[in-house]
Design a protein around this ligand. Structure first.
Ligand SMILES: *Cc1c(COP(=O)(O)O)cnc(C)c1O
Length: 407
């Protein structure tokens, strides 16, 4: 008799996005002539830049003749892409060898899968609020108890609030796996070198591992802010980094990402090299590599032209974020993020709950955003607006907020 993995039943129902959809369609059914504007979605909207399209076309053409045809590649990725990624890191003095880079089809799946090389009794710490997959993958793996209004039992929540500039204090208890996302989804906060150093020192002292999600690193414009955790002294011994071409190059539908497991990285019970071997084994066993066509697109993203064109597109989204920030601030709303990230994190006016503000924004302004409480208990009282969107749509939504929001 087959039985299911009972941990799936612990998952607090995928509440956030279905509930947004339910409330939005209730509104549009009641108001069929009103056009609802969306600032809620964490997905890119602008077309892929020309040099990257050329790379993708090249990837297709390579398959059309015998000399350049390839089938299964190395599951860690094609050498030219791994080397181009290593070169990119060397610009930030992050010193990563190409053999430490594992190309994949997504940072979401890697961030769900990476916990699988660690013991089931590891204590997990997450930023609160956080990108949901860090929590859910550990719930499914059995590292937590049931959820209540304070979150899952057994999981260590590290609150990110105004009083700590949305970067957590060190956990008081000993934890083993620490998820940090910078620039952060949903808060838009970027960790400084000093903030990351504290966690790196903690991790080295306790032989903990930091799982560092830098999917939005290309949105950092401030040269003093670290784009990689490996800019921090000692991080190679204690950190695994996950990054992606999704938001940098409009690859959310194309799918291409990478994870870095330095050979120096060690857990409590391993020598240098063991974690690197385990992830190699995991990928070779469960994964046959990212698409060869798409990897040529990745090489093109990291070419000189590709870098220039994708940076321009990232700047376009950051300009959207700036438009959103100015519009909200003109209403006296307190906002965070947006300067080095595609998300604006606003404090709800008049102490409204995240969902109360959702309804208010929808009813008064016809704008849909994302309630902060959906990302974790400490997100209550906050709200995420996304800078991914066509300019005219972002401007229309912001004008509507400026004109119609009653505060
Ligand atoms: C969008 C996003 C990613 C990218 O995931 P892919 O699977 O590579 O598309 C990773 N982390 C965070 C926090 C994100 O918001």
């Amino acid at each position: 008799m087959a039985k299911i993995n009972p941990n799936y039943q612990k998952l607090s129902a995928g509440y956030l996005f279905p509930e947004i959809a339910r409330r939005t369609s209730q509104f549009t059914n009641a108001n069929p002539n009103i056009n609802v504007m969306r600032l809620g979605i964490g997905d890119t909207t602008e077309p892929i830049v020309p040099s990257v399209l050329k790379g993708l076309h090249q990837g297709v053409d390579n398959l059309g003749n015998a000399e350049s045809y390839s089938g299964y590649g190395p599951s860690e990725g094609i050498p030219s892409l791994r080397e181009a990624i290593a070169d990119y890191y060397s610009e930030y003095n992050a010193n990563i060898d190409s053999s430490e880079i594992f190309v994949s089809d997504g940072a979401k799946s890697d961030s769900a899968n990476i916990q699988g090389i660690f013991s089931s009794d590891c204590v997990v710490a997450v930023q609160d609020p956080a990108y949901p997959v860090y929590v859910d993958s550990n719930v499914i793996a059995g590292r937590t108890g049931l959820a209540d209004e304070n979150g899952y039992k057994g999981l260590v929540y590290m609150p990110c609030r105004e009083d700590n500039s949305f970067f957590p204090d060190l956990p008081e208890e000993k934890v083993d796996l620490i998820y940090i996302c910078s620039p952060n989804n949903p808060t838009g906060a970027v960790a400084t070198k000093e903030q990351l150093s504290k966690f790196v020192n903690y991790a080295r002292e306790h032989k903990a591992i930091i799982l560092f999600d830098s999917a939005y690193a290309s949105f950092i414009t401030d040269p003093d802010l670290p784009r990689s955790i490996y800019e921090i002294e000692g991080a190679h011994e204690c950190a695994i980094e996950l990054n992606s071409f999704s938001k940098t190059a409009g690859f959310t539908g194309v799918r291409l990402a990478w994870t870095i497991v330095p050979k120096a990285c060690v857990a409590e019970d391993t020598e240098p090299g063991t974690l690197h071997s385990l992830w190699t084994r995991r990928q070779n066993t469960f994964f046959n590599g990212a698409s060869n066509i798409v990897q040529e697109g990745g090489v093109a993203i990291l070419s000189k032209e590709g870098r220039a064109e994708t940076e321009e597109q990232v700047a376009f989204y950051l300009e959207n974020a700036s438009i959103i920030n100015h519009g909200l601030q003109s209403k006296g709303i307190t906002t965070y993020g947006g300067g080095n990230a595609p998300y604006v994190w606003l404090k709800t006016p008049n102490n409204l709950s995240s969902w109360e503000f959702f309804d208010k924004l929808l009813n008064e302004c016809h704008v849909v955003g994302t309630p902060g409480s959906g990302f974790g208990p400490a997100g209550e009282g906050f709200f995420r607006l996304s800078a991914f969107g066509h300019r005219e749509n972002v401007e229309a939504a912001v004008s509507s907020i400026a004109e119609n929001l009653v505060i």
